[in-house]
Every structure is written in C-alpha cells, then in structure tokens.
Design a protein around this ligand. Structure first.
Ligand code: FA5
Length: 349
C-alpha cells in the first residue's frame, strides 16, 4: 500500500480529533478497551504509519515520526483519563449498591438494636418498674474508684479476682479500663445522699480469654440500694422479684455464700438453668444452676470511703453479667456468638 506523507498526516490528525470526541464518551471499561485496541493496537493507523516510516527520507521520517508519537501520547492520555473516571464510577456504584444504612431503623428491615442492647434496655425497664433510677460512669477509671474505695487497698490479694487492662496514662498502674461496674457505686454515693436506689449498666473489660462463658469485653448491670434499715432480706426479695420479671415465673433463683471485698456478707446469685430447667446439662456443668453475678451487703469500709456514716446507713449491692443473662434468656450456648457480628445470627432477635 502506498500512502503519501500528507494524506497520512491528515489521517493522523483526523484520528486524534476522532479520539478526542469518542474516548470521553465511552460508557464502560469493556468498551474503552475495545476502542483502545482500535486506536493503538496492531491494526491501528498509528502502527500502519510507523511501518511507512521506513520508506521515507530522513527529514520526512523525523517529521512523521514525531507526529505519530505526539498522536500516540495524546490518545493514551485521553484513554488513561477516561479509564480513571470509569473505575471511580464503577467503585461508587458498587459502594452505593452495597451501602448499609446504619442509622435507619425500619421495622422488618435491616437495622435493629444488638441483642445485648435490647437486653440492657429491657433490664432497665424491669428495674425502673421496681423503683430504681439509672446512672452511668466512665469506662476508663482510676485505681481509686475501681479498687481502693471498694475496700481493695493496693496489694490486696483479692485484686487478683480481676485481671486488669492498665492504660498508659499518669503514674503506672493508676489508670485502667474498669473491670466491673462497681466503681459507679462510689461515684453515685459521692454525688448523692441516701436514700439511693440505682442501677448502673455499662461495658467492662478484663484480660479474660474468650470462651463459651467469657469475653474480654462484656457488660454488667450494677445495683445499689442504701437507706436506714436495709437488710439481707430486702436483697433476697429484690433479686427474687427481678428473676420472675426478667426470666419468667418458671425460673428460680438462689443465693450462695461467696466473697467480695466490698460486700459483707457476700453471695453469688444463681438461676435455675434455662436449658435443662434445673435437671443438669452440659451448659450448667450438670449442676442445674447458672451463676449470673455477685451481691451482698455494702461493706462499712465502702461507706466510710464515701463519707457515709456506717452506723446509720445500710445497703445492698449486686453486679450481674448482662451478656450471660442475655445468652440464658435466649438459649444461646456460646457468648462469642454475640460478638462475631454474623448478621444471620443477629437477625434472629
Ligand atoms: C464482680 O464483678 C462484682 N463487681 C459483682 C458484685 C457487685 C458483687 C456488687 C457484689 C456486689 P464477678 O467478677 O463475679 O463480680 O462478675 C460478675 C458477673 O460478671 C459474673 O457472674 C458473670 O456473669 C459476669 N462475667 C464475669 N467475667 C465475665 C467475662 N469474662 N465474660 C462475660 N461475663 C463475665
């Protein structure tokens, strides 16, 4: 084929003009690739023109060679710019298609409260119905509130009951992630005079290895009642009424002697196993009972730490694991299920 220098020049100019119109108009990456093959591929005018260069004298070859290179650069720039736009468009339409609106709650559609949050709300409702008010405290605490004011002075052996995450702030060992909700008792008593009848729900942290009944981050609900003449019988009656209201009439509760430095006497609060109705199964270790938390009469040293007169005031306190209560109430036999965020699991509740 014989192509004259000037015709080739015109055709290359026409090609660039055509590419300037057609490349930005391409609608998707596949079509862009096809156009790229037409414009710069083995059968393209640019390659054809390169082949012609050998037939030209040195001067003409230099001029046409420059023209071909400029045309190639211009076309490749157009292709690259459009490719970037199309990739960005594809990405944003993919994001749009996969978007989850985490703020919207429409009955029957995506978006609902997490099971543990539902449980916390319900626990609050039950206790508020029994006359309690709701208080909260910080998750990052000082050693004073988490331990010392709770009758756990430095080096007290019972500190080992709580494997603690310390925060690298201030003097080493003085700031920590609260290991229980009990420090909120101290904050409430510091801020109020008796009578007190409060619950304090919230998140707590322990260096516990995750297993079926433990997670390193979990939730507790603390209770505190302080007045003149409060007795252990009030504690037992309150927990019994709570058990019926929260778990239903068929579930029984019991108190077992135990030890906590901030209560004296202290007890463990158990409920009859919801999986086997108290007969004994794998979930309750064959005992028929499940331990949900600790409780007891507020220790006089705790009252002294907040400036209450232990001769005048008496009170009881309790602290239950919300996650374990949730699991019991809904028959979930592994706490980790609550936090792996498998939507298929969470959607059931
Ligand atoms: C306490 O934390 C005391 N502060 C409770 C208390 C308050 C006693 C007031 C007396 C007066 P304990 O360490 O046993 O006690 O924890 C209470 C409950 O939290 C446990 O019974 C359990 O239900 C739950 N719990 C403890 N560790 C974990 C964990 N790693 N994962 C999930 N739940 C846990």
């Amino acid at each position: 084929m014989s192509v004259s220098d000037s015709t080739l020049n015109q055709r290359i100019e026409a090609l660039v003009a055509d590419a300037t119109r057609s490349v930005p108009a391409v609608g998707d990456l596949e079509a862009l690739h096809a156009l790229e093959v037409d414009l710069t591929g083995r059968r393209s005018l640019l390659v054809e023109a390169k082949r012609e260069l050998g037939r030209l004298d040195a001067d003409e070859r230099r001029q046409l060679g420059q023209k071909v290179n400029e045309a190639r650069d211009a076309i490749e720039e157009l292709l690259a710019a459009r490719r970037l736009e199309l990739v960005a468009e594809a990405r944003s339409s993919q994001l749009e298609a996969e978007r989850l609106d985490l703020t919207e709650r429409e009955p029957g559609r995506t978006g609902r409260l997490h099971l543990v949050t539902q449980a916390r709300d319900r626990l609050e409702d039950v206790f508020v119905g029994m006359g309690f008010t709701v208080a909260e405290g910080p998750e990052v605490e000082t050693d004073f509130y988490n331990f010392e004011a709770l009758n756990l002075p430095p080096s007290h052996p019972a500190r080992g009951m709580w494997d603690t995450f310390y925060v690298d702030v201030g003097e080493p060992g003085t700031v920590l992630l609260r290991t229980h909700t009990s420090p909120v008792q101290i904050r409430v008593m510091e801020a109020t005079e008796p009578p007190i009848c409060s619950i304090m729900p919230g998140r707590v942290y322990r260096r516990d290895t995750a297993d079926a009944t433990h997670t390193p981050v979990f939730h507790q609900i603390e209770g505190l009642v302080v007045d003149e003449g409060i007795s252990f019988a009030d504690l037992a009656g309150t927990l019994d009424a709570f058990t019926r209201a929260y778990f239903g009439r068929e579930v029984r509760s019991r108190l077992r002697p135990s030890y906590f430095p901030f209560t004296e006497p202290s007890a463990e609060y158990d409920i009859s196993c919801v999986f086997c109705a108290g007969v004994g199964c794998r979930s309750c270790g064959g005992t028929g009972w499940l331990e949900l938390g600790g409780c007891g009469m507020v220790h006089p040293n705790v009252f002294a730490a907040v400036g209450y007169d232990p001769e005048r005031w008496t009170g009881f306190a309790f602290g239950f694991g919300i996650d374990r209560m949730t699991a019991q109430r809904h028959g979930v036999d592994d706490l980790r299920e609550l936090f792996t965020n498998d939507v298929r699991f969470l959607e059931q509740f």
